[in-house]
Design a protein around this ligand. Sequence first.
Ligand code: SF4
Length: 257
Amino acid sequence: MADHAARVADLAGLDAAVSDCFACPRLVDWREEVARTKRAAFRDQDYWGRPVPGFGAPDNRTGRGGAGPPATPPGAASEPRIGILGLAPAAHGGNRTGRVFTGDRSGDVLFAALHRAGLANQPTSVAADDGLALTGTRIFAAVRCAPPDNKPTPAERDTCAPWLHREVELIRPTLRVVVALGAFAWAAWWPVLRQVYGVRPPSPRPLFGHGAHWSGSAAPALLGCYHVSQQNTFTGRLTTEMLDDVFTRARQLAAVD
Ligand code: SF4
């Protein structure tokens, strides 16, 4: 699998290759079972039920069915300068719609924040063909398949890591800052330093926290942000203002115009 990921030549090829991955038996069973049984509210929909590729700049191409990109917003920066690293797709969100953070409450919060920050052309993300386009920003997950209880195992994280590493490698020339949504994503970033940038991760590892900031000379800066899960947003642990502060900072660090 690592060899397969490393051989992919571009992001479109990566989307296609990762969509066809069956490396984690537990996650393959789960993503397919959820797609078969469905949630009552989505009974009439055709679930994606496969790994969910990254989304956003440079092409805003959706992985589902390889559909072409929507119109790029006027003046939008097409270079991916900001990366947003999530945990894994939601069973009835990305696993249903085929686009990361699309079709669930976490995505509602995230894309509304990106729109306020001038990084998305619309505040909603409901379906893979809804016309959403990001400016200078690409979103990807540490684990590309929906896990039971939103909890991938460390072995599944490690098995999936080559897809993340290759995606970062492909956007490396322009990537300036990564926002890690939650402690799992924060921890998943450190191996990228060695695998993609050839630099040793800091030791001890900086602790995750909302607003945590790490920077090194040879790799993108890393910003910590509480995950946009309902568990955090409904309880007020993560507020609109806190999210806006993180994306304002990311925008400044990445110099997105
Ligand atoms: S989690 Fe990653 S490695 Fe595992 S099956 Fe899904 S895409 Fe493949």
